[in-house]
Design a protein around this ligand. Structure first.
Ligand code: UDP
Ligand code: MG
Length: 195
């Protein structure tokens, strides 16, 4: 791989699979010129998902913070919805709901390769919260959820898809989901006229 070629882990989450949006999702990466180098359907265990998401305080606090930002905008007291104003406590709750969400049906896991793939894929996917995701992104076109709806129902925000955020995250996540033998080295002839 040249310096500019990156790999990212993408998951079509259980809501995407159950809504029959696997093909629609994959199409968007392929048409952009990205290459799928590994692909499988998996019914993940609780442990597998628990180890997929980071466990450090910083990540957990960020998870809590994402919901709090929405509450603030809507003038909702976080204590009313989450029972706490503590980012870490809220993040821990959301993390538990996230594990429930990710284990309720199979997911489709992929490794996708391409130029600046990590950033490019995040752009195609759109920001975390569907209600804020621009039209044209996967989350913006196919999902509608918000912490204001999800947290009241004590569940995770349903946003269709997961994609690695950083090169470090991508490396860990790819190792967590795929063995070396499951990742394929192949060429897209159309790439010769693309870059
Ligand atoms: N999540 C949630 N409530 C929130 C923020 C996130 O349920 O307020 C869920 C959502 O499904 C998200 C996942 O937690 O995709 C992981 O959060 P992260 O901040 O890593 O977002 P992502 O990288 O998926 O955009
Ligand atoms: Mg993330």
């Amino acid at each position: 791989m040249s310096i500019q070629i990156e790999r990212s882990l993408v998951l079509v989450k259980p809501d995407g699979v159950q809504r029959a949006l696997i093909g629609e999702t994959i199409k968007r990466f392929e048409q952009r010129g990205l290459k799928i180098v590994a692909l499988k359907m998996v019914k993940p265990s609780i442990d597998h998902i628990n180890d997929h998401y980071p466990k450090d305080d910083k990540w957990i606090e960020r998870l809590g913070e994402k919901g709090f930002t929405t509450f603030k905008e809507l003038g909702i007291d976080p204590k009313e919805v989450m029972g706490t104003t503590d980012k870490k406590k809220a993040g821990e709750m959301v993390r538990k709901w996230l594990v429930d969400y990710m284990t309720e049906a199979p997911v489709v896991a992929m490794v996708i390769e391409g130029i600046h793939a990590i950033e490019m894929i995040r752009k195609i996917v759109g920001p975390t919260l569907p209600a804020k995701a621009p039209i044209g992104t996967i989350r913006g076109d196919y999902s509608v959820d918000s912490p204001a709806a999800a947290n009241v129902q004590k569940r995770s925000v349903k946003n269709m898809i997961h994609a690695s955020e950083t090169p470090e995250e991508a490396e860990n996540e790819i190792k967590h989901w795929f063995s070396e033998e499951e990742i394929h080295d192949w060429a897209r002839p159309d790439h010769k006229v693309m870059f």
